[in-house]
Design a protein around this ligand. Structure first.
Ligand code: TRP
Length: 433
């Protein structure tokens, strides 16, 4: 079994808060210690330019975010940790992918559509104030992922559509130019904590209710003091359900401490006392990290050096891979010999091909196998997840024998017998060799 490659980008905008730490950074850093995985984590500073056009903020935030991850325990030995803008192969690949991505696909991207909707509601032109950068965002993200042939991409739910788009870009490119890209999948971590903020709503920059991860001790104490509670007096039993304070405690305490706090709530602990215990518990975890953070912020050259090492490691992969891709698309020295067309479009034109699609009527995912002349050879039934459809295709591509095992997922096709489908699959497999 080869290793699974995880890749994820962190957009350097703003200062990380406790919610980012408990919900994203801490589990992502823990995941890098899993055996059998390879990790690529990077600062998506090209993406930051889409949202932020204040140079000093981009610069400062890149340092803050990089220092935060290193201070929180990210080990650059275990993780290839780099800055997007140090990898010139990313924008170059962005262009290749731009040319295999339908404009209509990008029209449907959530972030772009949301900007359009907002404009329409305000009675403005849909594209008012929308940069082409925002429109192209998913392609840049596709290049981030595909350049390193990542298998898994840990992201929040709001990013799933982008990973699906990256898959489609990979499939289109592979179809045109041969199998160069791995089809990536989103990895969604649902079990981790989403912390509530000072006002009890989800902790988020946009609600202005955050506690900065590396707030100085005194400020941390003050902010914890400001977490909303109800008006129950000392001695009155208190509810853990819906308590932002309890939830935050749970995210930083041991299970034993959490159980004791639950008891203390039932026993009527005073809010002031509960807050003191919460502070102690968070402070215990953050203090050693804060010392590292302060040191890194005072010595940006240490952070820069780490990023340069990461960029070198990343480019050792990216450089030769991009050379391969340039050759594949036909950007070659004029003295180069024409390539054997084996995996190219010309030859593939004679072969049957798989098509994957989603049926609007039932929202399910389907595939079909279509002969070179357009005749239907296989038709699947609906799958709930695109991934299941993709896996079925992968099995069929590997061996025609999988037809039997997959029979329950195949609908009868008029005019094409199973023998013809099997022959087509064998032809595909032979061409892939
Ligand atoms: N768009 C992602 C976010 O806002 C950040 C990002 C950029 C990313 N490139 C990526 C995430 C590639 C995963 C893979 O969260």
């Amino acid at each position: 079994m080869s290793t699974t490659r995880f890749l994820t980008g962190i957009t350097p905008s703003g200062t990380p808060h406790l919610g980012n730490y408990a919900g994203m950074m801490r589990p992502a850093i823990a995941a890098t210690r899993t055996p059998g995985v390879e990790n690529f984590y990077f600062l998506a500073d090209y993406h930051a330019l889409i949202k932020c056009q204040e140079p000093e903020r981009v610069h400062r935030s890149t340092l803050e975010i990089a220092a935060s991850w290193l201070a929180a325990g990210l080990d650059p030995q275990q993780v290839t940790f780099y800055r997007q803008s140090d990898i010139p192969e990313i924008p170059e690949l962005t262009w290749f992918l731009t040319c295999v991505t339908g404009k209509g696909v990008l029209n449907r991207a959530h972030a772009y559509k949301a900007a359009q909707d907002k404009n329409h509601e305000a009675g403005r032109d849909g594209d008012d104030g929308v940069s082409a950068g925002l429109f192209m965002y998913p392609v840049l993200m596709g290049a981030d992922i595909l350049l390193f042939n990542a298998h898994k991409v840990p992201v929040g739910r709001d990013q799933i559509q982008h990973i699906e788009m990256a898959r489609d870009m990979a499939a289109s490119f592979n179809h045109l130019y041969g199998e160069h890209f791995t089809l990536p999948e989103a990895a969604i971590e649902d079990s981790v904590a989403t912390l509530a903020g000072l006002d009890g709503r989800k902790m988020s920059k946009s609600y202005d209710n955050t506690i900065p991860l590396f707030a100085p001790r005194e400020q941390l104490k003050k902010l914890i003091g400001a977490i909303v509670t109800d008006s129950r007096a000392p001695g009155e039993p208190k509810q853990v359900e819906g308590s932002a304070l309890f939830q935050m405690y749970q995210a930083f305490a041991t299970p034993g401490e959490t159980a004791a706090m639950r008891q203390a709530f039932a026993g009527g602990i005073a809010w002031g006392e509960a807050k003191q215990q919460l502070f102690d518990c968070i402070d215990r975890e953050i203090t050693p990290m804060r010392a590292r953070y302060d040191d890194l912020m005072a010595h940006p050259e240490k952070v820069e050096a780490q990023l340069q090492i990461g960029a070198e490691r990343a480019r050792a992969i990216a450089r030769p891979f991009l050379q391969q891709l340039r050759t594949a698309v036909g950007l070659r020295p004029l003295t180069a010999q024409p390539q054997a067309a084996k995996a190219g479009k010309a030859d593939r034109a004679q072969l049957p091909s798989f098509k994957q699609y989603r049926e609007a009527a039932d929202g399910k995912f389907y595939f079909k196998l279509v002969a070179a002349d357009g005749r239907l050879l296989l038709q699947s039934t609906g799958f709930d997840a695109p991934r299941d459809a993709g896996q079925a295709i992968a099995r069929l591509q590997k061996e025609a024998g999988a037809l039997q095992a997959l029979a329950p997922h195949l609908a009868p096709v008029e005019g094409a017998g199973p023998e013809e489908a099997a022959a087509a699959l064998r032809a595909l497999a032979a061409a892939a060799e």
